[in-house]
Structure formats: C-alpha cells, structure tokens
Design a binder for this molecule. Sequence first.
Ligand code: T1G
Length: 694
Amino acid sequence: MSSVNVEYRNNLSIITIESPPVNALSQSVRSGLVYALEAIKINNDVEAIVLICIGRTFCAGADIREFNKTPLSPHLSEVISCIENSDVPVIAAMHGTALGGGLELAMGCHFRVASLKAYVGLPEVTLGLLPGAMGTQRLPRLIGVKNALDMMISGKPVNAKTALSLGILDQLIDDESLLDGAIAFANKLLIEGKPIRRVRDLTVDPVSVGFFDNYRKKIAVKTRGLISPEKIICSVESSIEMPFDEAVVQERDFFSECKKSSQSKALRHVFFAERAVAKIPGISAEASQRQIDEVSVIGAGTMGAGIAYSALRAGFKVILIDSERSGLQRGKESIKGLFEHDVARGRIDDAGMNEGLERLQTTQSFEAVANSDLLIEAVFENMAIKKEVFRTLDKFCRPGAILATNTSTLDIDEIAAATDRPEDVIGLHFFSPAHIMRLLEIVRGAKTADDVLLTALALSKQLQKIGVVVGNCFGFVGNRMLHGYGREAQLLLLEGAPPEKVDGVLQEWGMAMGPHAVFDLAGLDVGYKIRQERTDQPEDPLFYRIADMLSEMGRFGQKTSKGMYLYDSGSREPVPDPEVQVMISREAELLGVEQREISEQEIIERCIYALILEGSRILEEGISPRSTDIDVVWTNGYGFPRYRGGPMHYADEIGVQRVYEAICELRDRFGSLYWEVPKLLENLGTTDGKFADL
Ligand code: T1G
C-alpha cells in the first residue's frame, strides 16, 4: 500500500508519503509525487510546500526491487526536477534514514530540515551503484568535493548534527514535532522573504591540482576490484568541469552501466539475501519469542570474553563464569580492554563503558545462573567437557532458559541429549573475534523449539550480527564448506603451486585473504586437532599433508611466527619460507605426485568449485533451506567477495551447467573421493537451472 497525500494548511501545502516499510521511491510513489506537485501548482494560495513521510523513515532510497525490471516513468530525476523547478519553496522534513534516492529527493528541495535522530547518506556504492538521481552533482554543491566523495565512496550515513554542520541540512527539529517544526521553518522563510535556493545553481568549490588522482590512490586498496567508486569520482570531477545538465546525462550513463554490471547484481542479491535469512520456512515471524534480559557466558577465554562483550554492548546484563579464578580475571581484563579500545575509537564514551562494566558480573559458581534467560557455553572444544557443562546448567538454570553452545564442529543433538530439555538447546556459533565478526551461525538441533530459534534470530540483530539458521552436521555450513576449499588449496601445493601463488590468485579473484594465510591466522593446530578427532577422515595420504606436517613441527602460523609462511615479529604480513617449499617438493616426490605448472584458472576452479559442490550437498541434505543463506554465510564470515554475491550466486551467474561440467571433469581426473556429484547439482547442471530458484 503506497500513497502520496496532499493537504492544505493556510498558505502551505503538506505532501505526505506513506509507503511501508521504508517509503522506498517506487513507481507508485514517484507518480503520486508528480500528481501532488501538479495539483498544488494550480492552487495559487500555496506559498510553500513541506514534503514529509509517515512511518519509520523518510524515503530510504529508490526501490531496489525495481532494478531488475524495465525502468518505469516517471524517473526519479524527473520527479526531483519537478520539485526543484517549483515556483514556491519546497522544504524536505526528514526523519529515520534518508538514504540514496531519498536524500537526492531532499537535495532537489530548496531547504532541508531533519529530526535530531535522523541520518542521511548515499549508500549506493554498497549496491555497486552510484547516486543516479543527480546526487553526484548536488552533494558536492552543498558540502564540497572532498566531503561529498567521502560520503559517497564510504556509503556511510552521517547523523543529523554532522549533516547540519556539513551543509546538507538547514535546521534540526526536535524529534517529537518534525511536521510542526517544518511548518514553522516554512512560515519563517516566507516572513523573511528568503529567496528559493536551487542546489543546481550553486557552484562547486574548486579543488587543488591532483586532488582526484590522490583521492583515487587513497581508496585504491579498499575499493579493489569495484567498478562504481571510479564512476563516482569521475561524476564528481564532472560536477566541476561540466555544466549541470551535461554532467547529469553522464551520471545517468554511469548509473546504467553500474546497474547492469554483475557486481551490482551480486551486491543487490546480498542485500536481499541478508534480509531473507530471518525468514525460517514453516515458522511464522510473528511466533512468540522468549524474553532475554540476562545472559550468562560459560568460559572466560577469548571467545567467551568476546561474546560477553558483544552482549554487554547490546545492553544485556552479563554473568561471566569460569572454573579458574585466573581465567576469570583474564576474561574480565580482556572485556575491559575491548571497552577501552572502543572508547579510544570514539565508538562509545567513558560513561557508556562504565555503565557497561557495571552490568558485568564474574563468578566461579554456577549458582549465579539461576535467573539467566540465555546461557552461552564457550568452553574448550571437547564433547565430554561440553556435556558436563550442559548437565550442570540443566540443574542450575531456570525452566525456559535457553541453553546455547558456541561449538564450531560438535554435534548439537549429542550435547542437547545431556540435558532433560533438548528443546531449549541451540547452537550459537560465533566467529572469532566474536565481538567483531558479523556472522552468527544459529545451529538448529533436531528438538530445538521454534520460539528458541526466533529468539536467537532476534538476538543476532540485537548483537548487530547476521544470524543464519543452519542444520546440525559436521562444520554446519561455513566450516563444512571451508574443509573442501582448504583441501584443494593443500593439494595444489603438492601438485606444484607454491602457497603464495594459490593465495595470490584467490586474493586477486576477490577473496579477502588467501586460504593459506587464513589458516596461518586461525592457527594450523586448530584444524589439525579437528582432523585428528574425526573418525571419517578420507583414506588419502595427500589429505592436508603439508598442514599436518607443519602442525607436527609446531609451526602453527602467526601465533608461532611461522606456519605455512614466516612472520616478522609484530607483523602479520605472510613471507614465503623457502624451507616450506623444499618440504613440499620432497613430500610430493615421496608421495609420487608429479609437480607441474598450474594455471590460475585451475586454482580458482579447484577451490571455488569445491565450495559450490559442498554447498550443493548442504542444500540437498536440507542443512540450509536456501542457497542465499549459504551466500550470506560466506560473504559475512569467510571473506568471499560481496561483489560476486557468494558461492551459489556466483555459480548461478556463470551458469550452473558450466560449474557442473567442470566438476564432472575434476571427478574424472581426481576421482570421486572428493568430487562426487550430488543429484541436486546434476539436475541443475543438466537443465541449466539456478540455485536461487530451488
Ligand atoms: N528498496 C526496496 N526495499 C527496501 C529498501 C529499498 N531501498 N530498503 C529496505 N527495503 C526493505 C528490506 O528489503 C526489508 O524488506 C524492509 O525494507 C526492512 O528493511 C536512485 C539508485 C533503510 C536502514 O541502499 O539500508 O536509491 O525483508 O530489514 O534494519 O541514487 O533497509 O521486510 O521484506 O533493512 O530497519 C539506496 C537500503 C537505494 C538503503 C532500514 N538505499 N536499506 O534498516 O530494515 S539505491 C539504500 C537500508 C538508490 C538512487 C539509488 C535499510 C534501512 P522485508 P531492513 P532496517
């Protein structure tokens, strides 16, 4: 239901947009605005117009769902021009998050006011786009080239106070009475006889010679591989060099180019995929949830302290429990250090830190958990220890408390069976560092109650994380897929590709870090221990051969200054180690593996297709209900490039048939031990189907 209403109050007209959930500028809203402006035009009594929205926010942008369809008129730029060409002043009254086309709409108005808690921004770059409704031309006119570029390249919104000081806003209005404040602003304008100020008529302040090239160099690393940042810079350059109308035509061409790009399609895919994860098939989003006020974290190690810190920052009362007094002390100090780190970065002030620390209680006694609503176990990754903890929690926790384990690999159902309340047991797999990594795998046990699942999803949002519900299997979704990806990266070493080549190729392709550098960061001993404990290891002497040897040599990676690579003291920069290369060649010879020149394409296919293959198995087994959930896991937890949309979207983009045929070739070449093709992939691959359509 979308509507654009016009009302008249004395000499003013109020245009009100109401189009839940975020007043996106869909075709119906755009048409409504044009009709409203035309209606007002013939009413000579109107001396000023206030444009405002009902609901949670002012227009939060163009309607992204329309981007995959044929554009429908009126185009947003036409609507904005109608506003700007109005003979009477138009005042935008913003609240919530005025983003993208919403801010561009407001910049087409002659004045802009906003509530104190409002945010404004141009986040198009996060969708692989650039502001395509003249934002690249108006924003520099309002706030200067550098500030405009910073906002558009980062895509980050600014708060109302900053927007006022930058020059985007003309006045801040008390939150309770935005409309009254806007009306008062309009009347004051008329009384003072202030002339209409069209942003397009402002001039852009010149910049120093070489400014743009220096800016390009400054953002090069962060925007590696992306198309739209360069288009934004070019468009802003034109705001100085070209007349407004000419630059707007160029902006529109750039926008069409970006919108058609696979990068933008992938980023828009991730945008919606990250919102779809909250919908669990078969469970209504309106189903009840459990109230969480007090959280107990069992285990004050690195993960436990990080989880406790996350919960404190989300406003919960937190009890941190550890059997060792020294461990507890270390945990508390670690939490204090995390608070101080955030204070130093301005993310929180001293008062906020002190208030947070006051909500923290530490104890060695399980009796303290009697009133906790949620308990998160983060003890050593050992089934016997975890079962003992859950048996104890079962005794001390109140009925209805949710019992969560942070295990990354162990069987949730086996842990749940250690209690008399398996329906209250769930997995909350945090990724290290727990207070930073956005991904949270919510592991659904066979008996986990629906309201426990929904509560976990709501909790992830409160923790500023993306919660993805996954099934109970070894490695759940992320680590299960990482297993095959890492295996191929290891096998390629023995076949002749040095670690720095494997990593370099995958990093160039878009991965945040190469697999060997990732394993050095996580600790080769972590994977080694997991592999040693598995009972279903493949009968293959080559399987993780080099990683196992390095672990047995005590070369765990960054934490021991040497692993696959060498690390200078205090540095995280991986340095190839000739000794490792000698070891690889020797092992290859001993194992009878012929070393050869390996192409970049083979490295990419062996590693990325291993992800897609495991993802197909995960979908076939129902471990994940949607391919888009798998994409969310890998773009938020494993450094898969968002501008490629995730492993399953990437397969859809390049064609599942092509992936299927390549995997069949790998199976024929290397055997079906690793490359067995699941029926689901065969069906899609032979009918050119898409994972997204499952
Ligand atoms: N278009 C369509 N649907 C949108 C939308 C949009 N712009 N923004 C949000 N939604 C849907 C979302 O899918 C979800 O749907 C519901 O609204 C609530 O969203 C021409 C080209 C505004 C900060 O990038 O950042 O303008 O799942 O869960 O956490 O130059 O939504 O309920 O069915 O995120 O409170 C630029 C994107 C577009 C802003 C609210 N604008 N949105 O966060 O709710 S391109 C953006 C957000 C553009 C112009 C260019 C956030 C939010 P459902 P939510 P939230």
